[in-house]
Write a protein that binds this ligand. Structure first.
Ligand SMILES: Nc1ncnc2c1ncn2[C@@H]1O[C@H](COP(=O)(O)OP(=O)(O)O)[C@@H](O)[C@H]1O
Ligand SMILES: [Mg+2]
Length: 322
């Protein structure tokens, strides 16, 4: 199904499908709750995972790369809930994103320069807003002779780049041992001579290791963070840092140094857009994300963070971004 990004089933007979215009319902040949459950179990086993009453939740990758989440009753009420997210097998380029409308065309050279000049970027947005997609295209802009180390939970990022090393989290086995955590993977990645350290999604205590890495000479790295606006990013980072025993001020001071820019993606009426680029600034009230440039349907606007952004890039002609 070309153009489909998500397929969701949580009752017999019906699926919700996202073709880029938001969710639309569609009838499917699943007669009853037992059929939905059987489909969930079959797909989980195709992804090499068990799904049954003893382990009623699964997060797996299917052989074609699709990401599967499934929950069985009684955790999911009444009927199994299946969530499928299609993952691209090859990244879109920044120009592709501009053609598709995600990036305003004049912003492309600016974004490309951010990568080339090794600015460290935090990509923020809600779930499904396109953070991973944007990150994969940014990584496709990295010089071929640089070595990219990606730390991920599920192996989603597929940049077009000749030199990518990927470390994927390992969960505990049935006896509860053998887990290799995200913080461990971040620390290991630093010993593997990375030119670019990339954390696919920052969602737990590994934020501490990433902040440390980006504060100690590993420039030009990337991470994504679930945040509904760039202004929410500092509080999200502080909350995740607390999971690693970091106090608020430490997180804020380190984040201000770690990230040169915050790239925010948004979904407006189904369409995904890079809506703003902000810079992190440490003020008397703590850390804040200050808009440097923003795009709306009517054009672009320069924000109070512009001069900080230009300084982080080591210079940029305003005319180039107009
Ligand atoms: N610019 C885009 N054009 C087409 N499809 C996109 C675009 N951005 C995201 N998608 C699709 O939307 C879905 C969600 O995007 P993703 O990058 O995984 O979001 P996030 O990481 O924010 O949760 C994916 O299936 C992805 O392929
Ligand atoms: Mg993602």
């Amino acid at each position: 199904m070309p153009g489909v990004t998500d397929v969701l089933v949580n009752e017999p007979g019906k699926a919700w499908v996202d073709r880029g215009r938001g969710l639309e319902s569609q009838s499917v040949d699943l007669a009853d709750a037992a059929a939905v459950r059987a489909l969930a179990v079959t797909m989980a086993s195709a992804g090499g995972r068990r799904l049954d009453d003893a382990s009623p939740l699964v997060d797996a990758r299917l052989p074609d790369g699709t990401r599967l989440h499934a929950a069985l009753p009684p955790v999911a009420q009444d009927c199994a809930a299946i969530s499928l997210r299609r993952v691209r097998t090859s990244a879109l380029s920044l120009d592709d994103l501009a053609v598709g409308g995600m990036i305003s065309a004049p912003a492309v050279p600016l974004v490309r320069e951010l990568v080339r000049r090794r600015c460290s970027a935090l990509i923020t947005g809600a779930t499904g807003s396109g953070k991973t997609t944007l990150l994969a295209s940014l990584l496709s802009e990295v010089e071929p002779r640089e070595r990219i180390l990606i730390i991920e939970e599920a192996g989603e990022l597929q940049p077009r780049h000749p030199h990518v090393v990927r470390l994927v989290e390992r969960r505990a086995n049935i006896e509860g041992s053998g887990a290799i955590s995200m913080p461990t993977l971040v620390r290991e990645a630093l010993r593997m001579r990375p030119d670019r350290v990339v954390l696919g999604e920052c969602r737990g205590p590994e934020v501490r290791d990433v902040l440390t890495a980006f504060n100690t000479g590993h420039r030009g790295g990337f991470a994504t963070l679930h945040a509904n606006s760039p202004q929410d990013a500092p509080a999200r980072l502080v909350a995740l840092g607390a999971l690693a025993g970091m106090d608020q001020r430490t997180v804020e001071v380190q984040a201000a140094i770690a990230f040169d820019v915050v790239l925010h993606v948004e979904r407006v009426r189904g369409a995904r857009r890079l809506s703003s680029i902000a810079v992190m600034e440490m003020g008397t009230a703590g850390l804040s994300a200050v808009e440097a440039v923003g795009w709306t349907a009517r054009g672009w606007r320069q924000g109070p963070g512009w001069s900080t952004l230009v300084a982080a890039m080591g210079g940029w002609e305003v005319a180039d971004a107009a």
